[in-house]
Design a protein around this ligand. Structure first.
Ligand SMILES: CC(C)(COP(=O)(O)OP(=O)(O)OC[C@H]1O[C@@H](n2cnc3c(N)ncnc32)[C@H](O)[C@@H]1OP(=O)(O)O)[C@@H](O)C(=O)NCCC(=O)NCCS
Length: 450
């Protein structure tokens, strides 16, 4: 019982906080699950290193690693190089926004790299009781993973030791990630002739994300984000929209970032997140909350999906025929397929149907059946099944249907791992129950769409 109004209001206050925590934790948990085991490349602008918030940023990265995310970290060193140059009484030299790395600048680059690497490693080694990574020992790994070549002479300007990424040793990095290390990459590269080259941190990040086929590249940058012409913040851009944006007048730095993001997406990185460094906990917010705080540039996962038409019958039969033979999918005659072709969605690549699924709505009962989900054997292992399922879910929501069900004999676990729950046969819509084949004895699974 409460002894005073004050203690009761304290209780309510605490209970609100408890509720907030519980609901936050529940909301974050699917993301924790989804990101585990995935490779994420993170690049951080050198300016962030000079702020009091930097230790928190690094501890957040350590937290990601402790949650099973495979992290490659690249820190920019531009202001640190400037500082080193100033200490040596030398002036920075730039041409077209690119540093000319002469002998003096190169020694500053090496000094700055060493200093930054040491401070990041020391922060990752902290075991303070007030650090989120207390009791977790984070191993780091670094090495000669990047092969570089000189930028050379352009329009008569010799960029000296400023280089470009020539190759990323993805195998060696992967081995360190497999060992559970956070891989730290300085923006340096080595040439087969034994020279050292100063590289742009974001170039290294983009090329590394591409070489590792990383799930994401998170670019923690100085820019506050991407804004449209009316100064509205843009949360998401498809690859095409990002390409269109490049033709607008943009801040040079943003132009470089978008260019790198587009290159990474075009070459297989599914998602590039541009997030501002100024927001405390920005990486955690971006990864574990629904809306994030940055601008996401992604390839359109639904790009090659469309409604099937009568010309797709041959391709569909080629895809599902062997699965019907094997008893994995229910047999459909050509005539039935022709009659129901409008329920089918297909994903097409280079003239071949590589995936399909059908959606049969029972709108009166707020249900829809997902059927005939299949991915061509040669195209499996690249999330196509998940992408088809997301598309089907989106279609169901568009029809104001909140539950989808599936009947399956051999793929139960695949659906269960994606939020479907076993259900009795009598949960099926009446009309569908009448057609249930007791000899086939399929199991029913239902998913409530969020
Ligand atoms: C189910 C299916 C559409 C998924 O396609 P996909 O996204 O390309 O996925 P993959 O086949 O590469 O498998 C992805 C993951 O699901 C698992 N998986 C695949 N088939 C599974 C099954 N029948 N049961 C349980 N898990 C399965 C894979 O092992 C893999 O997990 P892992 O990476 O942890 O090993 C595809 O495997 C398929 O076409 N299967 C045959 C048709 C079928 O069963 N359709 C369902 C009709 S009800």
């Amino acid at each position: 019982m409460f002894h005073s109004e004050a203690s009761m209001s304290n209780y309510l206050y605490d209970s609100d906080k408890t509720q907030q925590f519980v609901s936050w934790f529940r909301q974050a948990s699917p993301y924790i699950h989804a990101h585990r085991g995935r490779t994420i490349v993170i690049s951080i602008a050198g300016e962030a290193l000079q702020t009091p918030q930097f230790p928190y940023l690094i501890h957040d990265i350590a937290l990601l690693s402790s949650l099973g995310i495979r992290v490659v970290l690249i820190c920019g060193i531009r202001p640190q190089i400037e500082h080193e140059l100033a200490m040596r009484g030398a002036l920075p030299k730039y041409e077209n926004g690119i540093r000319i790395t002469d002998e003096i600048a190169l020694s500053c680059v090496k000094a700055a790299c060493g200093e930054v690497l040491a401070s990041v490693e020391s922060l990752l080694s902290m075991g303070l009781t007030n650090s989120p990574t207390m009791d977790i020992f984070i191993n780091t790994a670094t090495g000669n993973f990047i092969t570089a070549r000189p930028m050379g002479v352009r329009d008569g300007v010799d960029y000296c030791y400023t280089g470009e990424v020539r190759r990323v040793n993805a195998q060696a990095i992967t081995r360190r990630l497999d060992d559970g290390c956070i891989v730290l990459l300085p923006p340096l590269g080595y040439s087969p002739t034994g020279e050292i080259f100063n590289l742009l941190a974001e170039d290294v990040a983009a090329e590394t994300a591409i070489a590792l086929k990383a799930h994401k590249w998170i670019c923690v940058s100085e820019t506050k984000g991407v804004f449209d012409q009316d100064h509205r913040f843009i949360e998401q851009l498809t690859l095409l929209e990002a390409q269109r944006m490049m033709s607008q007048e943009l801040d040079v730095h943003l132009q470089q970032q978008l260019g790198n993001a587009i290159r990474a997406c075009q070459r297989g990185v599914q998602r590039v997140h541009l997030i501002p460094r100024h927001v405390e906990g920005s990486i955690l917010l971006e990864l574990f909350s629904r809306d994030g705080i940055g601008t996401l540039i992604s390839t359109d996962q639904f790009e090659h999906i469309r409604r099937a038409n009568i010309n797709d019958i041959g391709g569909l039969l080629a895809l599902i025929g062997p699965l019907e033979e094997a008893g994995i999918l229910v047999r459909r005659s050509r005539e039935k397929l022709e009659m129901e072709i409008e329920q089918f969605l297909v994903q097409e690549r280079d003239g071949t149907i590589v995936a399909c699924a059908a959606l049969y709505p029972f709108a009166d009962e707020d249900l829809a059946e997902l059927a005939c989900l299949a991915v061509h054997t040669e195209y499996r292992g690249t999330d196509r099944g998940d992408i088809m399922l997301s598309y089907i879910e989106r279609e169901a929501r568009r029809l104001n249907i909140s539950r989808i069900f599936v009947l399956t004999t051999r793929t139960a676990h695949w659906f269960q791992e994606r939020g479907f729950r076993a259900a009795p046969i009598d949960t099926l819509p009446m009309a569908r129950r009448a057609l249930y084949n007791y000899r086939r004895n399929s199991k029913v699974f239902i998913k409530t769409l969020s």
